[in-house]
Design a protein around this ligand. Structure first.
Ligand code: NCD
Length: 366
């Protein structure tokens, strides 16, 4: 299923049956002693988990401000090693995970192209994963195949003595759970600063390729954990949000609306989250037949936005947001990219159960 070389491989039995089970039935496998062990799906997070992680991330960024603090942070996970298996293009997720590891003193190694691994010699992805786990304490992965990270976690949890956590850094066009964590963190910080309130009751507009953008799909799952949130999906018809997410939101009684309007909605939202057209997922050049220009945020639109409205984008951006918008104080997307490092550092500390090291650090010393 994941073999890139097309060579015959000997897959482990049981995976396909497991993969097809409903998510609620599978999630317990990714827990250990009632804590999250593998980070694969946004559905694994609770509001309480998010709030604790945000506090942890805030403390890490505060401690890192001094040399003394930064030296201290580097002792927190200095006995741990991470492997980053990123076989789909990545700049921010890769670098923020790598730097989060380094911030906490971890050593890292990386695979960015499976054609340099023994899979080209016919090794199964399952055997590759077991091999990776022999050398490191956590595997962070991004893959075009939606089930790759879950398969890795399944192999390590069921087939091996050496269970190391797996973190999903982006799975095809399905999920990007850690991006959703940093997006929520950025929203929370943005609202706290700009309108002295939290995410509850806010209206969030998502724009662009909502059909294939994994960031917005995961973000919807987390927004549903908050009270009275409303979501506006603004996109060309061909890239509208998929039914599974809409069904989920209805079930959770989250108000949402679907529109092909963009400009006329701007004055009425608390956050706007823009995304690019995900043309790498085209099967028949469908992106080229869609004109997304009407969904681009230009400098002239800024006066329509309310003073507190925050502007996010997971990046990379093309023309969805004019660079002239960057200097507006409501544009938080560069902060958002940096927030990825703090939130991922928090997540690593959580996974290794070392949060107290950060909670006990006397911040007054700073
Ligand atoms: C996103 C991704 O890879 O899904 N980027 C990211 O991780 N920050 C968004 C995208 O590629 O458009």
């Amino acid at each position: 299923m994941f073999n890139i070389g097309g060579v015959f491989v000997n897959h482990y039995s049981g995976w396909s049956e497991f993969y097809q089970q409903p998510l609620e039935q599978k999630l317990p496998l990714f827990l250990l002693e009632e804590r999250l062990f593998d980070i694969l799906y946004a559905q694994q997070f609770s509001r309480q988990f998010l709030e604790q992680l945000f506090v942890l991330a805030d403390r890490i960024r505060a401690i890192a401000k001094t040399k003394e603090g930064s030296d201290y942070l580097q002792t927190c996970l200095s006995d741990k090693r991470a492997l980053l298996v990123f076989v789909q293009p990545s700049t921010r997720t890769f670098l923020s995970f790598e730097n989060a590891c380094h911030l906490l003193g971890m050593r890292t190694s990386e695979i960015r192209d499976m054609s340099t691994s023994s899979e080209v010699k016919g090794e199964s992805p399952e055997d590759s994963i077991r091999t990776f786990s022999s050398y490191v304490d956590v595997i962070i992965t991004r893959h075009l195949d939606e089930g790759f990270a879950e398969m890795a976690a399944w192999v390590l949890n069921t087939m091996t003595q050496r269970q190391v956590p797996v973190i999903n850094g982006g799975s095809g066009k399905d999920q990007h759970p850690t991006q959703a964590l940093l997006d929520m963190y950025t929203l929370q910080r943005g609202f706290r600063r700009r309108c002295k309130s939290g995410i509850d009751g806010k209206k969030i507009m998502m724009v662009g390729d909502l059909k294939r953008g994994r960031t917005v799909r995961s973000l919807c799952r987390l927004l549903a954990l908050y009270d009275d949130v409303e979501i506006v999906f603004s996109s060309p018809k061909a890239f509208a949000m998929r039914e599974d997410i809409l069904e989920f939101l209805s079930q959770k009684q989250v108000k949402f609306s679907i529109t092909e309007e963009f400009e006329s909605m701007l004055g009425n939202v608390d956050a706007m989250y823009s995304t690019r057209i995900q043309d790498e997922h085209d099967t028949d050049h469908e992106s080229s037949s869609v004109d997304a220009k009407a969904f681009y945020l230009k400098e002239s639109h800024l006066e329509k936005l309310q003073p507190h409205t925050v502007i996010l984008h997971p990046f990379p951006r093309r023309q969805e947001i004019d660079v002239a918008v960057d200097s507006d104080s409501r544009a938080l997307y560069w902060k958002q990219a940096r927030n990825g490092m703090w939130i991922r550092a928090g997540l690593l500390l959580y996974l290794f159960r070392r949060e107290t090291l950060v909670h006990d650090y006397p911040l007054a010393k700073l």
